[in-house]
Structures are given as C-alpha cells and as structure tokens.
Design a protein around this ligand. Sequence first.
Ligand SMILES: [Zn+2]
Length: 337
Amino acid sequence: MVKSKTTITFYGGVNEIGGNKILIQDRETKVLFDFGLSYAAKKRFYSPPFLSPRSEKSLQELGILPKIKGAYKFDEEPCAIDAVFISHAHMDHSAYLSFIKREIPVYCGETTKIILQALSEIRRADLEFNVEGIEFQTFRTGNKIRVGNIEVEPVHVDHSVPGAYGFIIHTSNGGIVYTGDFRRHGAKHEMTEDFVKKAEKAEPEAVITEATNMTGAHVSSEDEVKGKLNEIVGQANGIVLADFASTDVDRLNSFYSAAKSHERCLAVSLKQAYLMEALQEDKHLTIPRLSDDSILVFRKSKRVRDKWENALIEKYPDKVKSASEVSKQQCKTVLAL
Ligand SMILES: [Zn+2]
C-alpha cells in the first residue's frame, strides 16, 4: 500500500519577517498554524492610517491575503479547514484570523486569547484586527489536541509577548516541530529550554522555524535592560519618555520597577491600560494593577472617544491624566508613549 504523504504549504513567512501561515495536511485533515499579517506585502500597497485596506477582496486581489479554498468567512465555499493553531498574539502571527470562517475552531493559549480579544475591541473598526465571533479553544503545556489525523502538543516558549507556544505536531508520517517565535535571553528562558527538550525527544522529521537574527549580535537580557533603565531614570531630572510594544509585559514590568524605585509614576496610554486591565484575568501573569500608586493613565486630547476608552476613564477617574496634568508633574513621571 502506498502511504499517503503529509504536506506542508507555506502561505506566508518565507523570505519575509512574520506573516506566517502554514498549512499542514495529513490525508483529509487540514490544519493551519498561525495566520498572520504580512507587513512586507501590505506595505507595498498601503500606508495606514492614511491608506488602509477597505475590503477582504482587495487584500486577496493584491496577493496580500493568499487564496485558500474554504478558509475565509467572505467566500461561498464550504468550510475546508479543520482547525487553526495560533502560537502567540503578535499581529504577524495572528491578525488575519479576522478573515477565517467562524465555524473553524481556533486553538491558542489563554493569554493569547485575552490579548487578541482586547486588541480587537480597541481596533473595532479595523478590517484586519477583528476576532469577533471566533470560538477560541485554549490550551496549556501538557495538553494534546487531536484534529482528525493530526495531534498537536503545545509547549510554552519565552518570547517578547506572554503566552507564546511552540508546537510538536504528530502526523501519520512522523513528527513536525513548529517553533513559533522564541528567545533564549528573556525573563523566562527556561520555558524555551523545556520546548527544545521536548522537541528533541519527539525526533521530528521536519522543523519549521523563523530566523531574523542569525548573526553573533549581543542581545541584552531583560535583567540587563532593567539595570540600564534604572540607571537612566535615576540620572534624569525631567520627564522620561518610554517606548515599547504594548504587549511586551516583561518590558512594562521593567519600566514600572525603574519608575517606582525612583519615586516616579509610570504613565501608560489608554490602550496599554485597557490591555493591562484585561490581562488581570490571567492568574499566571505578574502585571501592575491600574489602581497601583505608581501607575497613571495618560489620555491624549481627542474629540470623540471609543466606548472602551470612556469605560476606562469612568472606572479610574483619579488615575487618568491629561497632557497638562502630566506636564505639571513631569519630573515625577515616566511616560510610555
Ligand atoms: Zn512574535
């Protein structure tokens, strides 16, 4: 008997940074691993916020969204994908979930679900960041999820967003390891080592990984970053401006601790505050509360506010500060932009 082949098709993430969309097919079972936005392809045609995509069809016509039969909620085809697994909440791995048919189960970690739902609420009007209607199924390390002929074992890894996973994928033709994004110099590097050990033990036939920095460049650990921040904040007389990704909880904690040690407040944006509030639900994360004495929320002046912004302002009236209020206490503030 001729054994049927397991195939791996890359719809994104090759010769580019991110945009991962990997289809693994084992006989009639089809599972997608990550479904991210391809920044490089999008940049060729759009420049948000001035020029943003208006319709799913235009994204497909321009080749930004690949043609995958039976995958999208806007196509008439019957559903032909059995599941989608998301490794982590970065947009280049997850944003195009927006277009996935809502009857396809989407598996991810609990933290990823919280982040994607919060960001989707913030970007409600945005065509590309909408997870409304998706029935997320969450997993943890140690779970084994069977989808038809494929069994998926998620294992935690450390990355610049909490709740990241790599996958050990068991097919009828052997194991495939998909690393997702990971780092070995981060605050929880032992999680990546757990994944490496389990991946090695699985003796996979193939490993799928993405490398953006294969040089010998020195990478600072989060502890080193924390030390440098402490020094800089300690030496500053005026306001300290901070810039980091809103989903990078380790970096948020480093700035918070540097601000606190020098009797300053960390003033975060409304978006950051909304995400921090949502992530309180995740009992495995350490993240400062908005009620903390060393946290303030900075609101930019804006004529019309979204519902989520108003709700936050109403809930924390003493915490939310305008530009002129922050300006009056700038020597006591680290302002995250
Ligand atoms: Zn990432």
